[in-house]
Design a protein around this ligand. Structure first.
Ligand code: BDR
Ligand code: CA
Length: 349
């Protein structure tokens, strides 16, 4: 959540105040098309912005949403699971299986963001109960089964703490080889949001994030550097409402809740829709510019715990014998992102 920047003013190269600004490079993440939709699993802690990300996936013919799995994060994991079921119901997608995952971090700590998302995880929004129930096998086993059963590799968009994904890599290494890409929301080249060093999804479980970034699986890190350009404002929520769909009304209400908090805390008139950027990157090939970085996670218990230490300087990488392990988001066209969301929600019930 931050005050707005106008990405149009930035030109092609990002303006993160760093010593080395890695230039934009070709993306490595796959993307879906209408003709060849990308099979996708979303691992999420819904969550205001998670709700918009899930809605975008439901509405995008470029994606084949195989499941939504949940993890404790923005709210208690049971609430997140209930939110996932109800959101999918509202979006007309009771066919998408939901399974509940880890309640807290690998090593036991529990970090919540209820001050941002409300105790319920979805602000004051009331959603109708869903006729569906979570799959009894649980998140990690469901992901492993879907990977094993899929005839083609599957992308995963982790948009909450990375606990389930780390457990998957440890418990089901063979199935994990079927992951085509992890397009995750988390981390930051620059400043954090939960602490000045760390972004919420990473600091909620730095040990899990460490496992994931070391895994060798192709990763795109959609961090705060780019999500703080993916801003909605009151004009955008008015556009959502103007589409007249119930789903767009829900998205507007959730976003208004975040806008109210932001105004109260910082006077800002915008709110970052972090998680939807990770999904958008899999839908629109040229919306998000990325640059290759080596990302390491600080798992110490000092002030930088949960920091994603990003190195994109070729000289240093070579000197230290490291190669980039992630594409990192650096620029997004805010106007196109807003239109993408409004159009998507206008197609939902
Ligand atoms: C991330 O933290 C959560 O609060 C949001 O849902 C998003 O995934 C942003 O730092
Ligand atoms: Ca989230």
């Amino acid at each position: 959540m931050s005050a707005g920047h106008n990405v149009e003013d930035w030109g092609a190269v990002h303006a993160i105040p760093t010593y080395h600004k890695a230039p934009a490079s070709p993306r490595t993440a796959p993307f879906g098309t209408r003709e060849r939709p990308l099979p996708l699993i979303i691992d999420s802690d819904p969550g205001l912005d998670d709700a918009l990300a899930i809605g975008l996936a439901c509405a995008s013919p470029e994606l084949r949403l195989l499941a939504v799995t949940t993890v404790g994060g923005n709210a208690d994991v049971h609430r997140c699971t209930e939110n996932a079921l109800r959101l999918l119901h509202a979006y007309g997608r009771d066919d998408v299986p939901v399974a509940e995952g880890a309640a807290g971090a690998l090593l036991g700590s529990v970090v919540r963001a209820t001050e941002v998302h409300g105790e319920s995880g979805i602000g004051n929004t009331q959603l109708d109960p869903a006729p569906t129930t979570p799959r009894p096998e649980g998140a990690v086993a469901l992901i492993a089964r879907l990977l094993a059963e899929s005839p083609e590799p599957v992308a995963i968009a982790p948009i909450g703490p990375l606990t389930n994904i780390a457990l998957l890599l440890r418990e089901y290494p063979r199935q994990a080889s079927k992951i085509s890409h992890l397009c995750l929301m988390g981390g930051s080249i620059g400043e954090g949001n939960t602490t000045s060093s760390a972004e919420f999804n990473i600091v909620a479980d730095p040990d899990a994030a460490d496992v994931v970034f070391r895994s060798g699986i192709p990763i795109t890190m959609i961090g705060l550097d780019v999500t703080h350009q993916a801003l909605l404002d009151r004009e955008a929520t008015a556009s959502l409402r103007a589409t007249g769909t119930r789903s767009a009304g829900i998205a507007a209400e959730l976003t208004d809740f975040a806008l109210d908090r932001n105004r109260e805390w910082s006077g800002a008139t915008t709110t970052a829709i972090h998680d939807a950027v990770a999904v958008a990157h899999l839908v629109v090939p040229d919306l998000v510019a990325v640059a290759p970085y080596h990302v390491a996670v600080d798992t110490t218990h000092g002030p930088a715990r949960g920091r994603t230490v990003c190195d994109g300087l070729p000289y240093r990488l070579q000197r230290d014998g490291r190669t980039p392990n992630a594409d990192v988001g650096i620029v997004i066209d805010r106007g196109r992102f807003t239109r993408l969301l409004v159009d998507a929600f206008s197609r939902l019930p």
